[in-house]
Design a protein around this ligand. Structure first.
Ligand SMILES: Cc1ncc(COP(=O)(O)O)c(C=O)c1O
Length: 499
């Protein structure tokens, strides 16, 4: 096992000024405060809470039949089906186990159950060795990030993200009155000099300078890009200079692959260092999830942050979702215990999982070469991590492509080209052909014509499609065959005459 042994030397900075008015005004849940007192000393007698007694839970035990990680390549072995070796773990009310049902199914604290919090803390320590951070359990990354936005965001704020980003998450704080400023990207993800330029030239008429940045450092959704260590260090230094909080959304951390020329990803290939592992100030809030490495229906993840933000998250959670469900917390506690997979077994699972996705990536790219590349109308970069391929459509080859739209429409601040319209048409043609694929436009953070440099607006760069290699070989085969066909037909059309 490769352990991250470098614990960042901590020189924590007071970051309390980043907390939102809501976070400052929120009072601890008074009932939870009393509830905590039941733990003041052992054998406290509590007549305080309406906690159903465990003898009335109609559950005596829960068995989890999971993949065996005692084999060399656990994911390949597990894919063999019902005959594959398995490892049964159990949560029980009466038999010894890591987190008994009595405790696991009871009300708990916004941090999560202490045993579950301990195992994710050990896991975080193992991979990232952060300095002075605490873990707070959440219901997956979406929930964790939503909570970060609530404790940090003020109406009128502008947050920073990649110009193409995971809109499911950036959509969330809009209703809080938060806007987004997109930073230009290249194949390597966010361009640090563009980030610096945006911050250095910030116009105060636009509101206060951004103090929060949302990033997906590995296998970025949607572009598939991965930030190199060099870029991470540069971005972290900029965050320090401009006092930014970094929300590191990293569900694809464990899905980092070797080069496509290699037959597989070696279990020994180290994971690139996270922002959390570089964080000396306490300005990184890292969000982890079991969705991509176990199952999305787990709805379980955790936030790693400084103690001040942890307290604000817990106060918020205590008055909203309370804590994640006991089932998931019991499962991960058993799984990471010595009687379960343990940390070493978990590590074997994730390293084997990325070898499986390496294979799927190779299959996707081979099919792309066969079905799409020969059209000459689209190309794809090989992602270093994650589940997505960002397909570039050479839209300038379309007979109706126009690069002078502004002259015709007199709209000096709008897009220069009709890329967006053509891509919308292409999307419809794909649907007609029986293929759903994600258009880049739904991930683009529109530029603000009042403040942004409109020489190169993002709308002119939406000539991409996001496709995933997470599915089966059959789905990839059918999908890419349709894409190749639709592209050919759409680009072969006769030039229509416009009025
Ligand atoms: C970048 C990113 N963040 C968050 C999520 C959602 O994660 P979760 O299922 O943990 O809420 C996804 C899922 O696709 C994602 O790609």
């Amino acid at each position: 096992m490769t352990v991250v042994s470098i614990t960042a030397m901590s020189t924590p900075v007071d970051l309390t000024h980043h907390l939102s008015t809501e976070a400052r005004l929120r009072k601890p849940n008074p009932m939870k405060e009393i509830w905590k007192l039941t733990r003041r000393r052992p054998n406290m007698v509590s007549l305080a809470n309406g906690d159903p007694h465990f003898s009335l839970y109609p559950i005596r035990s829960i068995e989890y039949e999971m993949a065996s990680v005692a084999v060399k390549d656990p994911v390949a072995s597990w894919r063999a089906g019902p005959s594959a070796p398995s490892h049964t773990m159990k949560s029980s009310a009466h038999e010894p186990c890591a987190l008994p049902i009595q405790a696991g199914m009871q009300y708990s604290h916004g941090t999560g159950l202490p045993d579950a919090q301990r195992v994710v803390t050990e896991l975080t320590q193992f991979y990232h060795a952060p300095a002075d951070h605490l873990c707070t359990l959440a219901l997956g990354n979406s929930d964790g990030i939503t909570k970060c936005f609530r404790i940090l965001g003020e109406p009128g704020d502008t947050f920073i993200a990649d110009e193409f980003t995971f809109s499911s998450v950036t959509n969330v704080p809009l209703a809080q009155g938060i806007k987004w400023a997109g930073i230009k990207m290249d194949e390597g993800g966010m361009i640090p000099s563009e980030l610096e330029r945006t911050l250095a030239t910030w116009d105060p008429a636009r509101g206060r300078r951004p103090h929060v940045m949302y990033l997906i450092p590995c296998g970025q959704n949607p572009t598939g890009s991965t930030l190199s260590l060099e870029r991470r260090k540069q971005i972290y230094a900029i965050a320090q200079r401009y006092d930014l909080i970094i929300i590191e959304d990293d569900p694809y951390y464990f899905l980092q692959y070797d080069a496509p020329s290699r037959a597989t990803t070696s279990p020994d290939t180290p994971f690139v260092r996270s922002f959390l592992s570089l964080d000396t100030d306490g300005r990184v809030m890292r969000i982890d999830s079991f969705s991509k490495i176990m199952a999305p229906g787990m709805r379980l993840g955790w936030i790693t942050s400084n103690a001040t933000f942890h307290d604000a998250l817990v106060t918020y959670t205590d008055s909203s979702t309370m804590h994640p469900h006991g089932f998931g917390q019991m499962l991960i506690t058993e799984m990471l215990a010595q009687t379960g997979w343990g940390l070493a077994g978990f590590d074997r699972w994730v390293r084997s999982l990325r070898a499986e996705y390496h294979r799927r990536r190779a299959h996707f790219l081979a099919l792309f070469e066969r079905e799409v590349a020969p059209t000459g109308i689209a190309g794809a970069e090989c992602p270093e991590a994650g589940m997505f391929v960002w397909i570039r459509v050479h839209v300038e080859k379309h007979p109706r492509y126009r690069a002078d739209r502004r002259m015709a429409s007199k709209d000096v601040a709008g897009p220069r080209t009709n890329v967006k319209e053509l891509m919308e048409e292409l999307f419809e043609r794909c649907l007609d052909g029986g293929l759903v694929i994600m258009p880049a436009s739904i991930f683009a953070l529109s530029a603000d014509p009042k403040f942004d440099d409109m020489e190169d607006p993002v709308e002119d760069r939406v000539n991409y499609l996001r496709a995933t290699f997470a599915g089966t070989e059959e789905v990839m085969e059918q999908g890419l065959a349709i894409l190749g066909r639709v592209l050919e037909e759409f680009f072969a059309e006769e030039l229509k005459v416009f009025a």
